[in-house]
Unconditional design. Sequence first.
Length: 379
Amino acid sequence: MIKLKGNSNGTFLFLVGNFSKIRQAGFSQNPYGNPIFENKNINMKYRNLGNSGLMVSEISLGTWLTTGLGIEKQTAFEVLKKAVDSGINFLDTADMYNRGESEKVLGEFIQTIRREEVILATKVFGPMSDHWMTQGLSMRHIRNACEASLKRLQTDYIDLYQCHRYDIDTPLEETCYAMHNLVERGLILHWGVSQWTAVQITNAMRICEKNGWRKPISNQPVYNMLNRGLETDVMDVCEKEGLGLVVYSPLAQGLLTGKYRRNHTPEDSRLASTVMNAWFPTKRMTEEYWDLQDKLEALAHELNATLGELALAWILTKKPISSCITGASRPSQVDSNLGCLKLELSADIMERIEGILNNAPVDQYTGARIGYGIIKRGY
């Protein structure tokens, strides 16, 4: 049983179970949507993951290219500990990240903390060996993959199990039932999707509703200031259907931190790493981008913030967003990412950012900008 008791200072005490554990926290009004949960002790804010009761930190930690691959285990532990100590409770990985090595390292780390205080998210779809049958979203592979992930993560349940991509070779009904079945068996608590289209998400919701199955509660797409395709229709659909967005690559793999310059690549950066630079968005490093970066940095300077903090704060203004999945190869980068939480962007600042970016999706019929929050008028 959970009781809520008000304090004279406007905060709340969550009295859990037999009152052996008391967590002080407060609620503040989110200027961009519903009220959000705020941990007064560690300056972290939390949002519901879609329509579920899961409360996830606005900034979360992902493990792609780092944990189990790009950094040593000891460094990975230091990054994870820094994240958890800072109030980050949403830890994201995938079975295919270095073919299970990321999950193994995360699983070892979980043994050093209280499991109930973090939300573990992993994914299924990608190939786990050179054999063609060890991939996809069939009932068979989902079951096998989930049981294997549980072993690597050294836990008896997964908080959020995500379909890493859409499987065109498996009937959607089979995938939806397979995920529902895992919930019924207690192996996962919730399921979600990643990089699905608006139509695919809508179809999955209708199938689950028709059959009384557990519906997905989240979508994990790529989203940042430079990649706004999500705003075409997926963001609106997720908001309507009650799916929380946990977006990855919010800093465009570090490009939007401001540490890269026209003629300079830091030696300790992802781009300079032969292990982690394979998917770096070098195609965006044009003269047009450098001009854009200069303007955004000037605006960030006015706000006493960094470009990275501005980029993350901009994403968090979008109501359907539950969390930004950030990466870190050292503990100090966790601190840098959390700096965005101090920013509250006014309507005027948002308008100035929009004027600088000038890259919201365009309506295919009228050519008008149709990004999320942009009022659509006329024909």
